[in-house]
Design a protein around this ligand. Structure first.
Ligand code: 5GP
Length: 189
Protein backbone atom coordinates (compact mmCIF):
# COMPACT_ATOMS: atom_id res chain seq x y z
CA UNK A 1 0.00 0.00 0.00
CA UNK A 2 2.86 2.42 0.75
CA UNK A 3 4.87 3.97 -2.10
CA UNK A 4 8.52 2.91 -2.56
CA UNK A 5 10.65 4.47 0.19
CA UNK A 6 7.61 4.96 2.45
CA UNK A 7 6.60 2.84 5.43
CA UNK A 8 3.31 3.31 7.28
CA UNK A 9 3.16 2.31 10.96
CA UNK A 10 -0.43 1.78 12.16
CA UNK A 11 -1.60 4.31 14.77
CA UNK A 12 -5.43 4.10 14.75
CA UNK A 13 -7.47 1.23 13.35
CA UNK A 14 -10.64 1.89 11.35
CA UNK A 15 -12.62 0.44 14.29
CA UNK A 16 -11.03 2.83 16.81
CA UNK A 17 -11.77 5.78 14.55
CA UNK A 18 -15.37 4.75 13.93
CA UNK A 19 -16.02 4.22 17.65
CA UNK A 20 -14.64 7.66 18.53
CA UNK A 21 -16.51 9.41 15.71
CA UNK A 22 -19.75 7.80 16.98
CA UNK A 23 -19.00 9.15 20.49
CA UNK A 24 -18.36 12.63 19.10
CA UNK A 25 -21.65 12.44 17.19
CA UNK A 26 -23.47 11.58 20.44
CA UNK A 27 -21.80 14.43 22.30
CA UNK A 28 -22.49 16.95 19.52
CA UNK A 29 -26.12 15.80 19.25
CA UNK A 30 -26.56 16.54 22.98
CA UNK A 31 -24.68 19.84 22.89
CA UNK A 32 -26.54 21.19 19.83
CA UNK A 33 -29.96 19.92 20.91
CA UNK A 34 -32.76 22.15 19.57
CA UNK A 35 -30.47 23.72 16.94
CA UNK A 36 -29.77 23.15 13.27
CA UNK A 37 -26.00 23.68 13.24
CA UNK A 38 -23.80 24.24 10.23
CA UNK A 39 -20.91 21.77 10.04
CA UNK A 40 -18.17 23.52 8.10
CA UNK A 41 -15.54 21.09 6.83
CA UNK A 42 -12.03 22.21 5.97
CA UNK A 43 -11.02 20.65 2.65
CA UNK A 44 -9.48 18.41 1.66
CA UNK A 45 -8.41 16.54 4.77
CA UNK A 46 -11.70 16.64 6.71
CA UNK A 47 -13.94 15.22 3.99
CA UNK A 48 -14.10 11.67 5.37
CA UNK A 49 -14.30 12.69 9.03
CA UNK A 50 -17.12 15.14 8.30
CA UNK A 51 -19.12 12.67 6.24
CA UNK A 52 -18.86 10.00 8.96
CA UNK A 53 -19.62 12.52 11.72
CA UNK A 54 -22.85 13.89 10.22
CA UNK A 55 -24.23 10.35 9.90
CA UNK A 56 -24.00 10.00 13.69
CA UNK A 57 -26.00 13.18 14.34
CA UNK A 58 -29.48 12.86 15.81
CA UNK A 59 -30.58 16.31 14.68
CA UNK A 60 -30.70 18.19 11.37
CA UNK A 61 -27.32 19.50 10.25
CA UNK A 62 -26.36 21.70 7.30
CA UNK A 63 -23.00 21.07 5.63
CA UNK A 64 -20.63 23.39 3.82
CA UNK A 65 -16.90 23.49 3.12
CA UNK A 66 -14.00 25.90 2.99
CA UNK A 67 -10.70 25.24 1.33
CA UNK A 68 -7.48 26.94 2.35
CA UNK A 69 -4.09 27.30 0.76
CA UNK A 70 -0.87 28.65 2.10
CA UNK A 71 1.77 30.67 0.36
CA UNK A 72 5.31 29.35 0.50
CA UNK A 73 6.53 26.02 1.77
CA UNK A 74 5.02 25.98 5.26
CA UNK A 75 2.58 27.70 7.57
CA UNK A 76 5.11 29.53 9.66
CA UNK A 77 2.97 32.65 9.67
CA UNK A 78 -0.80 33.05 9.66
CA UNK A 79 -0.32 35.84 7.08
CA UNK A 80 0.52 33.17 4.51
CA UNK A 81 -2.92 31.56 4.47
CA UNK A 82 -5.78 32.36 2.10
CA UNK A 83 -9.25 30.98 1.35
CA UNK A 84 -9.47 29.36 -2.10
CA UNK A 85 -13.04 28.06 -1.67
CA UNK A 86 -15.27 29.97 0.69
CA UNK A 87 -18.33 28.69 2.52
CA UNK A 88 -21.56 29.67 0.81
CA UNK A 89 -24.06 29.51 3.70
CA UNK A 90 -24.87 32.68 5.63
CA UNK A 91 -23.35 32.20 9.09
CA UNK A 92 -25.12 35.16 10.71
CA UNK A 93 -26.82 34.09 13.92
CA UNK A 94 -26.07 30.40 13.32
CA UNK A 95 -24.37 27.73 15.42
CA UNK A 96 -21.29 26.74 13.44
CA UNK A 97 -18.96 23.80 14.02
CA UNK A 98 -15.68 23.96 12.12
CA UNK A 99 -14.58 20.40 11.33
CA UNK A 100 -10.84 20.01 10.77
CA UNK A 101 -8.73 16.91 10.20
CA UNK A 102 -5.67 17.69 12.30
CA UNK A 103 -4.43 20.66 14.32
CA UNK A 104 -0.69 21.00 14.55
CA UNK A 105 0.72 24.50 15.17
CA UNK A 106 -2.88 25.74 15.33
CA UNK A 107 -2.10 28.72 13.09
CA UNK A 108 -4.44 27.64 10.29
CA UNK A 109 -7.50 27.08 12.44
CA UNK A 110 -6.80 30.20 14.50
CA UNK A 111 -6.66 32.25 11.30
CA UNK A 112 -9.85 30.69 9.93
CA UNK A 113 -11.80 31.01 13.20
CA UNK A 114 -11.06 34.74 13.39
CA UNK A 115 -12.41 35.27 9.89
CA UNK A 116 -15.51 33.18 10.53
CA UNK A 117 -16.26 35.01 13.81
CA UNK A 118 -16.35 38.27 11.85
CA UNK A 119 -19.37 36.88 9.96
CA UNK A 120 -21.54 36.99 13.08
CA UNK A 121 -22.32 33.37 13.98
CA UNK A 122 -24.21 33.02 17.27
CA UNK A 123 -21.77 30.31 18.29
CA UNK A 124 -18.53 29.11 16.70
CA UNK A 125 -17.13 25.79 17.94
CA UNK A 126 -14.00 24.01 16.76
CA UNK A 127 -13.68 20.27 16.25
CA UNK A 128 -10.59 18.33 15.13
CA UNK A 129 -10.20 14.62 14.65
CA UNK A 130 -6.57 14.79 15.77
CA UNK A 131 -4.84 17.29 18.01
CA UNK A 132 -1.05 17.55 18.28
CA UNK A 133 -0.94 19.92 21.27
CA UNK A 134 2.85 19.65 21.73
CA UNK A 135 3.44 21.57 18.51
CA UNK A 136 1.05 24.45 19.18
CA UNK A 137 2.31 27.94 18.28
CA UNK A 138 -0.75 29.97 19.26
CA UNK A 139 -3.51 30.09 21.85
CA UNK A 140 -6.28 27.97 20.36
CA UNK A 141 -9.10 26.27 22.25
CA UNK A 142 -10.53 23.16 20.59
CA UNK A 143 -14.05 22.32 21.77
CA UNK A 144 -14.07 18.75 20.44
CA UNK A 145 -11.10 16.46 19.80
CA UNK A 146 -11.13 12.89 18.53
CA UNK A 147 -7.60 11.86 19.49
CA UNK A 148 -4.50 13.48 20.99
CA UNK A 149 -1.43 12.26 19.14
CA UNK A 150 1.73 14.10 20.13
CA UNK A 151 3.93 13.70 17.08
CA UNK A 152 4.62 11.98 13.79
CA UNK A 153 3.42 12.67 10.26
CA UNK A 154 0.04 10.95 9.93
CA UNK A 155 -1.76 9.72 6.82
CA UNK A 156 -5.03 7.96 6.06
CA UNK A 157 -8.73 8.64 6.75
CA UNK A 158 -8.55 11.83 4.67
CA UNK A 159 -4.99 12.82 5.65
CA UNK A 160 -2.53 12.87 2.78
CA UNK A 161 1.08 13.14 1.87
CA UNK A 162 1.29 14.77 -1.58
CA UNK A 163 -2.30 13.66 -2.25
CA UNK A 164 -1.46 10.04 -1.47
CA UNK A 165 -3.00 7.84 1.24
CA UNK A 166 -6.25 9.77 1.87
CA UNK A 167 -8.23 6.65 0.98
CA UNK A 168 -6.80 4.44 3.75
CA UNK A 169 -9.52 3.53 6.30
CA UNK A 170 -7.13 3.72 9.28
CA UNK A 171 -4.50 6.28 10.30
CA UNK A 172 -0.78 5.55 10.31
CA UNK A 173 2.52 7.32 10.81
CA UNK A 174 4.42 7.78 7.58
CA UNK A 175 8.16 7.13 7.64
CA UNK A 176 10.29 8.32 4.77
CA UNK A 177 13.46 7.20 3.07
CA UNK A 178 16.63 9.22 3.66
CA UNK A 179 16.05 11.81 0.91
CA UNK A 180 12.42 12.72 1.57
CA UNK A 181 10.22 14.19 4.28
CA UNK A 182 7.30 16.56 4.93
CA UNK A 183 9.55 19.55 5.79
CA UNK A 184 7.90 20.89 8.89
CA UNK A 185 4.49 19.43 8.02
CA UNK A 186 3.52 21.74 5.23
CA UNK A 187 -0.18 21.79 4.63
CA UNK A 188 -2.60 21.83 1.75
CA UNK A 189 -1.61 22.57 -1.87
P1 5GP B 1 -1.45 23.92 11.50
O1 5GP B 1 -2.30 23.52 12.69
O2 5GP B 1 0.02 23.68 11.74
O3 5GP B 1 -1.72 25.33 11.04
O4 5GP B 1 -1.81 23.08 10.23
C1 5GP B 1 -2.67 22.00 10.24
C2 5GP B 1 -2.63 21.41 8.86
O5 5GP B 1 -1.32 20.89 8.60
C3 5GP B 1 -3.58 20.24 8.74
O6 5GP B 1 -4.86 20.64 8.34
C4 5GP B 1 -2.86 19.40 7.70
O7 5GP B 1 -3.17 19.88 6.40
C5 5GP B 1 -1.39 19.67 7.97
N1 5GP B 1 -0.83 18.65 8.89
C6 5GP B 1 -0.32 18.84 10.12
N2 5GP B 1 0.11 17.69 10.65
C7 5GP B 1 -0.14 16.74 9.74
C8 5GP B 1 0.06 15.33 9.72
O8 5GP B 1 0.56 14.67 10.65
N3 5GP B 1 -0.35 14.69 8.59
C9 5GP B 1 -0.90 15.32 7.53
N4 5GP B 1 -1.26 14.59 6.48
N5 5GP B 1 -1.11 16.65 7.52
C10 5GP B 1 -0.74 17.35 8.62
Amino acid sequence: MAEPGHTIHPVLTPEQIQARVAELGEQLSRDFQGEEPIFLGVLNGAFIFLSDLVRHMRLPVQVDFVRLASYGASTTSSGQIRITKDCELDLTGRCVLVVEDIVDTGLTLHWLAERLRARGPRQLKLCALIDKPERRQCDLHLDYVGFHIPRGFLVGYGLDYNEQYRYLPGIGELHFGASEGPQGHERRP
